[in-house]
Design a protein around this ligand. Structure first.
Ligand code: GLC
Ligand code: CA
Length: 550
């Protein structure tokens, strides 16, 4: 069977607020994005996922939608959107929209109607419940801490929010809600959108009996698992079997479309949970983000273990999805002290392992984090925790002010790095001239050029997108070697995490596809002098024994 396009793609995430501002109001917009599509094409981008640009009060920067069918005027018009789709497709790229199904903004007409009275026909569009005396209906905590229940004095009931209080959760036990939401998907699919990224999809269903969550000893959630946090196990408000089932329903809906649109879910939990979202027969969400690389350790063994585990738990036809960062997480470059050579190692692994690489805008130029305090943050999560000093949240390893990973893109060395002619909605932070796209594009060995090579190699060699993966048995604790194989074709990827030279030798038997950092081919073998990597195609050498693979 021919493998569908989305299994072979890579995903580049654009945060519309911060990409490029065309009209000088300081906020990125669709025309700004269009003006940089050539740059993205030159880089090699295949599928672009856009964080939301639907009509929204913007209190959670677009993740609080007040109308799913219109474009927010701060980003442009419907005509701009139509052009965006056309221009993307013209360049043979794909477009994925963010779809926030779990909740709307409290300014959405559905919610305004729903809260008008207990008897309103739209009442059941949301989750309403009477309190227990003066207390909320049960103990459920939201994903951001605190009770998920919000009291409404007008009707003397509580509504449920699994995120922030102004994001009321829709009630998917009401068939009318499903119908309306499917109509929204259809609306965009008919305009040839190629897929959806599903926001907190693991939160869609809540327990029908509203049972209390059991206690847990864990306070802070981990970035790849919200199952336990704030001293409770989220048994009854996250990852319900009904949500796994719903994943299949949404997929079925998409299968009506000939252009093979796909779903990628933001879900979190154990591998068993992730697999339940993907479906036992790969009949659920097409893909789910795997956030385990977000808290990587700079160690070959860390990556070795994850690759090995994913081959066992998510063998083909499942496709792992490798993510280092997004608009909610600290940028990965900050965890390696801005070292571009380390970034090259990490990105090579991400692009050449068996899986889908997801790149967050700016990763290709080592765009750094901001240093904005929680106190002065615009992000609603920062506002909620404004009293927590930055050093403390850093010390505890919790990421609070998401403004810091959302700073404007650095295009060139004109005013505001070419992001805006006005006052950018977030400061640019400190940067050097060589941190911009324009300079890196023209600098041999820059990180941007490295990413360009990775995109190109993935496109030119089917072995990277369709081949199997096996990991070489460890020969040195600071070196990771894996092989990709498709038919007769074999490609080897060697990554060195070592600061110092390594004696151990690897044979390079044929064409070197790419090498970088302090690793190079010398005669017929690899010379490792420090951090770096090399990727080569294998040709059988009769006299030499083959390396052993696990
Ligand atoms: C997801 C989004 C995040 C948003 C939240 C609520 O986690 O990635 O940015 O704030 O959902 O929609
Ligand atoms: Ca603008």
């Amino acid at each position: 069977m021919k493998s569908p396009w989305w299994k072979k793609t890579s995903i580049y995430q654009i945060y519309p607020w911060s990409f490029c501002d065309s009209n000088g109001d300081g906020i990125g917009d669709l025309q700004g994005i269009i003006s940089h599509l050539d740059d993205l094409q030159e880089l090699g981008v295949e599928t672009i996922w856009f964080s939301p640009f639907y009509l929204s009060p913007g209190r959670d920067y677009g993740y609080d939608i007040s109308d799913y069918l219109s474009i927010d005027p701060r980003f442009g018009t419907k005509a701009d959107f139509d052009r965006l789709v056309k221009e993307i497709h013209k360049r043979k790229m794909k477009i994925v929209l963010d779809m926030v199904m779990n909740h709307t903004s409290d300014e959405h007409l559905w919610f305004q109607t729903s809260k008008s009275s207990r008897k309103n026909p739209k009442r059941d569009f949301y989750i309403w419940k009477e309190g227990q005396g003066k207390r909320p209906p049960n103990n459920w905590k939201s994903m951001v801490g605190g009770s998920g229940w919000q009291y409404d004095a007008h009707t003397n009931e509580y509504y449920y929010t699994n995120f922030l209080p102004f994001q009321p959760d829709l009630n998917y036990r009401n068939p009318e809600v499903k119908k309306q939401m499917f109509a929204v998907l259809d609306h965009w699919l008919k305009q040839k959108v190629d897929g959806f990224r599903l926001d907190i999809f693991n939160s869609i269903f809540k327990d029908e009996l509203y049972r209390d969550n059991p206690k847990s000893a864990r306070f802070f959630p981990s970035p790849d698992n919200h199952d336990e946090a704030f001293f409770q196990k989220k048994t009854f408000n996250l990852n319900l079997p009904e949500s796994f089932q719903f994943a299949k329903e949404v997929r079925k809906r998409l299968s009506r479309y000939a252009h093979e649109p796909f779903l990628i879910g933001e879900v979190s939990g154990s591998d068993t949970v992730l697999k339940s979202f993907l479906g036992e027969r790969s009949d659920g969400l097409h893909l789910v983000f795997q956030f385990e690389l977000i808290h990587f350790q700079w160690k070959a063994s860390f990556f070795r273990n994850i690759l090995q585990k994913n081959e066992q738990v998510f063998p083909s036809p499942y496709m792992p999805v490798y993510v280092y960062g997004n608009h909610d997480q600290r940028r990965y470059i900050d965890r390696i002290q801005g070292n571009p050579e380390k970034a090259k190692v990490l990105s090579t692994l991400q692009f050449f392992a068996r899986g889908i690489p997801v790149i967050y805008y700016g990763e290709e130029i080592a765009r750094k984090e901001g240093r904005i305090s929680n106190w002065s943050g615009q992000d609603p999560i920062a506002k909620r925790n404004s009293f927590v000093p930055l050093w403390l949240s850093n010390l505890l390893g919790i990421y609070i002010n998401r403004d810091n990973c959302r700073l404007p893109m650095l295009w060139d060395n004109s005013k505001n790095a070419g992001f805006s002619k006005g006052t950018p909605w977030l400061p640019l932070g400190t940067f050097r001239p060589e941190d911009t796209v324009e300079v890196q594009k023209n600098t041999k060995g820059s990180l941007w050029q490295h990413y360009q090579i990775l995109f190109r190699l993935r496109k030119l060699n089917r072995v990277f997108t369709e081949g199997s993966l096996s990991i070489e048995q460890e020969r040195h604790p600071n070196v990771l070697v894996f092989e990709r194989k498709l038919g007769k074709e074999r490609v080897f990827v060697l990554l060195s995490f070592s600061d110092s030279p390594i004696e151990e030798k690897w044979k390079v038997s044929a064409e070197v596809l790419h090498s970088f950092g302090a690793v190079e081919k010398s005669n017929d073998s690899v010379r490792i002098l420090g951090i770096g990597g090399i990727v080569w195609k294998h040709r059988e050498i009769v006299s030499k024994p083959k390396p052993k693979f696990s």
